[in-house]
Design a protein. Structure first.
Length: 327
């Protein structure tokens, strides 16, 4: 399953190139984080293809400024606030319109230890549990679409850690902001595996992906020294956007999300992890050297493990109190 097609696209492909010739008239998309960085580019491209787009926003003022020139629907929602997620979903469900594309793009990376009102660690709660709750609440609308896709934006950062199921919130181990990010990104991949298994009978398919390394607001918690060490900025502090140096531009970074959401090449498929607008191979190396890993494509086997996906789904139901059966 995890083997390149090949698609004919690659690391330099842009979102506009991926969607060329695709008509999304009559399709409805929800894009979390759709007012900054890759999410904003994703929204622009989907709108250009004729889709109707709804953007949930934690910071409504920032979102209004970013989306001012675009014909989108903007509604409040904070992924870290379960009541807010429910309120957003309820607004859409009460309207009853089918949802064709759910692009779970928003996220937080490498932040200091913070906990929400439930005591949950912020990165796992925001990057995974909030999106899990949103997807389950919107499931009836995706079922109505008779052909929907869920796109879970993960990262090569999933290689930093599997999900530690017996202590996902660092109650009994020392907090490390990078392993916390890593397990939340692994959860994004496992979520797609679990969602696809549950949804394919109803035409709901799910994919996860690494968009590439791109200098966006996501890096707000990284120091200049860290950014330089990761090759994100040059010696003058300017962003690097050269594929040959392991970096992408925003239009290139949004391409895999758009390909996952719209490409006919993925019809009949699901539960796959994607990179550079193609299916990624399994990454079987034992190395943990970050510099070496950055040169390698692929997904760790633990992130696409069906049993792990089921364990995560059960944990997510328990921690959110939300399930497809109970509503």
């Amino acid at each position: 399953m995890q083997s390149p097609l090949p698609s004919g696209f690659g690391a330099t492909t842009t979102a506009a190139e991926v969607i060329e010739g695709i008509d999304l008239t009559g399709k409805h998309a929800v894009v979390t984080g759709g007012y900054a960085g890759l999410g904003l580019e994703t929204v622009r491209v989907l709108l250009g293809a004729g889709a109707r787009v709804t953007v949930p926003a934690r910071d409504m003022d920032k979102a209004r400024r970013a989306l001012d020139a675009l014909d989108v629907e903007l509604l409040p929602m904070d992924l870290a606030d379960p009541a807010s997620v429910d309120a957003f979903a309820r607004t859409l469900v009460e309207r009853g319109d089918a949802l064709h594309l759910l692009i779970n793009n928003a996220g937080v990376m490498a932040c200091p230890l913070e906990r929400d009102a439930r005591g949950y660690e912020r990165q796992f709660a925001t990057n995974h549990l909030g999106h899990f709750q949103l997807a389950v609440r919107l499931w009836p609308l995706m079922r109505k679409a008779n052909g929907a896709r869920i796109v879970s934006v993960s990262s090569r950062g999933h290689r930093f850690s599997p999900v530690v199921f017996d202590d996902p919130h660092y109650q009994h181990r020392d907090y490390d902001r990078w392993t916390a990010y890593g397990q939340s990104k692994t959860a994004n991949v496992l979520f797609a595996v679990g969602a696809d298994a549950r949804g394919k009978a109803d035409g709901i398919r799910a994919f996860s992906l690494h968009p590439g390394a791109i200098m966006t607001d996501l890096a707000r918690y990284m120091s200049e020294e860290e950014l330089r060490g990761f090759g994100v900025i040059d010696e003058h502090g300017k962003p690097v956007a050269e594929v040959a140096q392991g970096m992408k531009s925003v239009p290139q970074g949004a391409a895999t999300s758009v390909w996952a959401a719209t490409s006919a090449q993925l019809d009949g498929m699901g539960g796959l992890y994607l990179e550079d607008c193609d299916v990624a191979p399994l990454l079987l190396t034992d190395t943990t050297d970050i510099a070496e890993l950055r040169k390698m494509a692929g997904v760790r086997p633990y992130a696409v493990d069906a049993d792990g996906a089921e364990t995560l789904w059960a944990l997510s139901e328990e921690q959110t109190g939300v399930s497809l059966d109970r509503g």
